[in-house]
Design a protein. Sequence first.
Length: 134
Amino acid sequence: KMVIGVSAENSIEETGFLRNRIADLVYLIHLLIVLWIAFGWLGPVWALWVMVALYLGIEIHWKIQDSWCILRDLERYLRKHPRPEMLGQQSFITRILVGWFGINFNPAWGPGITKGWGRLAFIISVVRLYMHYF
């Protein structure tokens, strides 16, 4: 069974239809945040401000959660999937790149790719804001 581009380990009968739809909603929210972080730096000035605030919040969240994502944990909880032992096994970016595009790489790289791209997008946003106001 496929649930929004990824295989579900548990059937709907085991987790419940409503619970799976809520998990799908969490997945979509997570995806929108990832896309905003990935490409928000290309937007107008207001989008840059949102990008900066959102990414700072994400960095604080990662610091508090020891780099584990609360949205991924919530989706996993709703689908009754166990939390992986290692951080690299839970990467949302790895899930997207492998599940959607078939791009295979070491899953341990997922968190590094996520943080590296996010930090680069954050820096570009800050530079664009600086150039806009000064």
